[in-house]
Write a protein that binds this ligand. Structure first.
Ligand SMILES: Cc1ncc(COP(=O)(O)O)c(C=O)c1O
Length: 390
């Protein structure tokens, strides 16, 4: 094959680190890089409700699903994301496509936007998840970044507001509730309301990335932003992932939902998504959709799921609090962070030292995943961080 040299790109940082971590034979090692939730003891975790749902599955065949995915899965997903009230009000005008996890939902949204806008512009936070940048770059979006945090490490509302002011009618990418990857900080409710006013006036359209739905403050609270935007009649899409909040990482359950102004528009969007999806994936992940559907369609299982994700939130909070305490409160700003991630604001040589001396693996932007650190390793982590920073 010709010209292979020009295909060469740096490896994905998260998966390269994971490969290095797997090879590391030191028993004290910690992988705080990859966004996977481990239990308090640091062991791989499958939600009990997911195990129950898998046992309950009555698989009658492995035939193809409709191109959009399992209809009940799509409906139940819309109910959970929109809440019952807004679902009843708006579901008829929300286009839905089952996707191969959240990444593919983002990808399908890019396809849709590119199909209707040859020179799309996307406003997103700096920092953000690395794949966001790669994806929008790949699709030829003009990328405009706003700084997510102020000097005091709180949400930079003014920075975002002035970026919006300068870029009317662009698309904007947000993440769910407070679970921003990698900072653990996002607008609060009153800031979301202020933003909705500006966005409506400026005629922007919004894409929410719901990769960590429920892991911030709970499903309803984390979805407030999306629901408020849809209620405000802002063109809004959401890329839903069940990888994290149902521990289905390898099974690839996702949905893309796109609000529209009429049933006709909804049908056009769905048709486009089906055709585009057929071309690259042909059919959604049926096994994953079955598991999610079994949980969401059962009153009993859904209430168990909500309790289990509350336990995950509590466990994340406990680990963050322990880290703050054990590091002599040098990281007090973490108090306001939610979700799996936070930034420790370490320098690159400090991050390298953590890996070399302590077998602690962290991304180069010093993002730490508290869900990846066992409770009994928090002291080890805090001591190591204090050592490399003092
Ligand atoms: C911000 C963000 N969006 C989307 C995703 C994609 O998740 P999935 O594994 O469902 O594709 C991730 C996964 O790490 C993420 O961190």
């Amino acid at each position: 094959m010709k010209n292979l040299q020009q295909l060469s790109k740096p490896d994905d940082e998260i998966f390269r680190l994971k490969a290095e971590f797997d090879k590391d034979s030191r028993t004290e090692k910690i992988n705080a890089g990859i966004g996977i939730y481990l239990d308090e003891k640091g062991k791989p975790f499958i939600l009990p409700v997911v195990k129950k749902a898998v046992k309950k599955l009555e698989i009658k065949n492995f035939n193809y699903l409709p191109l959009s995915g399992d209809p009940l899965y799509l409906e139940e997903s819309a109910k959970i994301v929109l809440g019952k009230y807004l679902y009843q009000e708006t579901a008829k005008k929300i286009a839905k496509q089952g996707t191969i996890g959240g990444t593919n939902a983002l990808y399908m949204w890019c396809r849709l936007i590119k199909a209707v806008d040859n020179q799309p512009v996307i406003i997103l936070s700096n920092p953000t998840w690395e794949n966001h940048l790669k994806m929008f770059e790949y699709f030829g979006f003009k990328i405009i970044e706003y700084p997510q945090l102020k000097k005091d490490r709180s949400f930079n509302f003014e920075g975002l507001a002035s970026t919006l002011e300068k870029n009317r009618s662009a698309c904007i990418l947000f993440q769910a509730g407070p679970t921003h990857n990698p900072t653990g900080i996002n607008p609060d409710k009153s800031q979301w309301q202020e933003l909705a006013k500006m966005i409506k006036q400026n005629k922007n359209q919004v894409l929410f990335d719901f990769a960590y739905l429920g892991l911030g403050e709970g499903i309803d609270s984390d979805s407030f932003c999306l629901r408020h935007f849809i209620q405000s009649k802002i063109p809004t899409s959401v890329a839903v992932s069940y990888s994290k909040n149902m521990s289905l990482y390898q099974h690839r359950a996702g949905v893309l939902m796109v609000s529209s102004s009429s049933i006709r528009e909804k049908e056009l969007i769905e048709k486009y998504l089906q055709n585009a999806f057929r071309l690259v994936n042909s059919n959604p992940s049926a096994f994953a959709e079955q598991i999610v559907k079994t949980i969401l369609a059962s009153k009993q299982l859904i209430s168990e799921w909500l309790i289990e994700i509350r336990n995950i939130r509590n466990s994340l909070k406990k680990r963050r609090d322990m880290f703050m305490q054990k590091s002599s409160n040098r990281f007090e700003y973490l108090k306001t962070n939610r979700g799996l991630f936070s930034l420790l604001f370490l320098k690159i040589d400090q991050i390298h030292k953590l890996r070399k001396k302590y077998a602690i693996y962290m991304l180069k932007n010093s993002r730490i995943n508290f869900g990846g650190v066992a409770e009994d390793k928090i002291k080890y982590l805090a001591d190591a961080v204090l050592d490399v920073t003092t």
